[in-house]
Design a protein around this ligand. Sequence first.
Ligand code: PRP
Ligand code: ADE
Length: 189
Amino acid sequence: STTPLAELIASIAVDIPDFPEPGVVFRDLTPVFADASAFRQVAEALAGSVLEDPRGAALRTGPDDPGFDVVVGVEARGFLLAAAVAVVAGTGVVPVRKAGKLPRSTVSADYTLEYGTATLELHTDSITPGQRVLVVDDVLATGGTLEAAIGLVERVGGVVTSVSVVIELPALGGRQRVAPHTVHALWTT
Ligand code: PRP
Ligand code: ADE
């Protein structure tokens, strides 16, 4: 099934073959971020996706509650989305960063992604235990990045109520990797 927003994203995003290495088709979303209307629609749809999630909906306290207390975004493209979603929803935003960037006490996780390996970190005190967290990123590929980010949030006591991305590349199996968390994708290629 497709949606008008999926069609819009598909029409604006650009596929780059063999970037950053041979065999990878890179989905470049920067033109979507640069388009004022598309970017706003994406931010609103990611914020609203929580309400379609049974867990997110169940933990909602009322009609004005977006269903989460904080948005977590994964460096670097996830930052652009998380900040916009937080402003739309009226919440704060918390960064999950690549190793060595956060100045205070962190939890950390090594992970693999479609074209490499890295380490992600989260400030230990950035989420209050029990806080409801929406985790967002631009692309779900192998799911290694989101799996690591979700694990960090849970290690500091956050309750991941929803995981939302702009593009899902289903051939890479990321959805299965992130299970039992359900991923909401605005566009599944
Ligand atoms: C990209 C993308 C996701 C991740 C998805 O980030 O923004 O975070 O890869 O891949 P996976 O599902 O296989 O884990 P990248 O590490 O390239 O960093 P960037 O945002 O700094 O460009
Ligand atoms: N992150 C991991 N795989 C990707 C891809 N194919 N396009 C854009 N970002 C990605």
